[in-house]
Structure formats: structure tokens, C-alpha cells
Design a protein around this ligand. Structure first.
Ligand code: SF4
Length: 96
């Protein structure tokens, strides 16, 4: 009968390292508001949406069409998918 390749201690070290990596992936770098996988980006492109507005006064977070969401990203009433609160586009409408 062969000896197990990994002892219990080694297995626990591997699992611990995996847990630490999972923790890093789950939040320390923050969520991405730019993941448009599976999202129709036609309007986003047409309106020249950018994830970082060149004009701080015209950020999505100051736009009346923006709705803040969980995990730091929001949504825009004009197109689907996540929107960065620091983003901006041609259709900015200042909050009243
Ligand atoms: S309409 Fe407003 S919320 Fe939507 S992308 Fe443009 S600036 Fe952001």
C-alpha cells in the first residue's frame, strides 16, 4: 500500500492558502463596474460612456439617471449593465 502524497498538515496548508486567495478575490480589490459580459453595449458605446469621467462635475454619481447599487457599482436608466459612479457619458443630466 502506498503512502498518501499529502499529509493532513499539508492539506490544511493548501486549503488555508486557497481561502486566503478567495478572500482577496472577493473584495480587497473592489468590484469591477466594467464587466459587460453578456450585456448589450450598443447604447453605452453610442453615448460614449467612460468609466472615469474627464469632468468631475459630470460624474454618474451626480446624474439624475444614475441609481447606486450594492458593491459600489450602479446602474443607468439609459442602458443595461453596471455603471461606475465615477463614470460619465454624453447624456449626463445634473440632479435637481
Ligand atoms: S446618463 Fe448619467 S448615469 Fe447614465 S452613463 Fe450618462 S452620466 Fe452616467
Amino acid at each position: 500500500m502506498s503512502k498518501p502524497v499529502h499529509s493532513r498538515r499539508v492539506m490544511l496548508q493548501i486549503l488555508g492558502a486557497g481561502g486566503a486567495l478567495a478572500a482577496v478575490g472577493c473584495g480587497s480589490s473592489g468590484p469591477s463596474c466594467n464587466d459587460t459580459t453578456g450585456v448589450d453595449t450598443t447604447m453605452r458605446t453610442t453615448l460614449h460612456y467612460v468609466p472615469a469621467s474627464p469632468d468631475p462635475a459630470r460624474r454618474c454619481s451626480a446624474c439624475s439617471l444614475y441609481t447606486g447599487g450594492q458593491n459600489g457599482c450602479g446602474t443607468c436608466q439609459l442602458f443595461p449593465g453596471p455603471v461606475d459612479p465615477n463614470g460619465g457619458c454624453d447624456s449626463f443630466v445634473a440632479r435637481a
